[in-house]
Design a protein around this ligand. Structure first.
Ligand code: PGA
Length: 255
């Protein structure tokens, strides 16, 4: 198996943007633009927008995800939402371990692992984010950071369960900054993640595994990034808030 047989996934990460009404309007605008996509199209939206998003996306090729989930099924965790709750609402995907969660909300490799476990237990598809900080990049330890984050998150995950996981390589210094990894570096580090998956599982599992790039991917640079053999899609922040830009990225992944 190779890139040609792996399913590309373009996922939007709306972060803390859009009201339910704005959600419906933006998805309505996106639907005709992405309907012929030859890749999976996912929009991960704030909890409060999930119902509006699922309603608006009904009957289309757009799948809906949340931006996080808690590791417990229920309990005294003010402000959190469980994987079980997301599943009960009909949500299909969930982002876990986004660097903004790690940076601003105290997420650790261990809590990321626990959230991945909870999401898998509920049958959700996981977009697991890994990535190095600017300092780690300058120290030349990017590969070690990616391998560590990947290994801890995937502990106890079976090869069958791995089919429900995508990894997004997101260099922290590239997120929301307009700075993008070069296509060569995105390819290299996505390849390192794939090699780590091969080590943990099998060569076949790694070949079939989707590894996205994320971090200032936009309508202009998407085609070059997505042309690389190890870049099987993208996790898109800013550019997923504009229907036209997002659809250009979807088209670039559909070639
Ligand atoms: P960005 O965000 O595309 O705005 O850099 C990517 C992400 O955070 O997933």
């Amino acid at each position: 198996m190779n890139k040609a047989t792996r399913k590309a996934v373009i996922a939007g990460n709306w972060k803390m943007n859009n009201t339910p009404a704005e959600t419906a309007a933006l998805i309505d605008a996106m639907k005709p633009l992405v309907k012929d996509a030859d890749c999976d199209v996912v929009l991960c939206v704030p909890y409060i927008d999930l119902f509006a998003a699922m309603d608006a996306a009904k009957g289309s090729n757009i799948k809906i995800g949340a931006e996080n989930c808690h590791w417990a099924e229920k309990g005294a965790f003010t402000g959190e939402v469980s994987a079980k709750m997301l599943n009960a609402c009909g949500v299909e995907y969930v982002i876990i371990g986004h660097s903004e969660r790690r940076q601003y909300f105290g997420e650790t490799d261990v809590t990321v692992h626990d959230r991945v476990r909870a999401a898998l237990n509920e049958g959700l598809k996981v977009i697991l984010c890994v990535g190095e900080t600017e300092t780690e990049n300058e120290q030349g330890i990017t590969a070690e950071v990616l391998r560590k984050q990947t290994k801890i998150a995937l502990q106890g995950v079976s090869e069958e369960e791995l089919k429900s996981i995508i990894i997004a390589y997101e260099p922290v210094w590239a997120i929301g900054t307009g700075k993008t990894a070069t296509a060569e570096d995105a390819d290299k580090y996505n390849g390192i993640i794939r090699a780590c998956v091969a080590e943990l599982y099998t060569a076949e599992a790694a070949e079939a595994f989707t590894v996205q790039y994320g971090g200032s991917m936009n309508a202009k640079n998407a085609a070059e990034l997505l042309s690389k053999v190890n870049v099987d899609g993208g996790l898109i922040g800013g550019a997923s808030l504009k229907a036209e830009d997002f659809s250009i990225i979807v088209k670039a992944a559909s070639i």
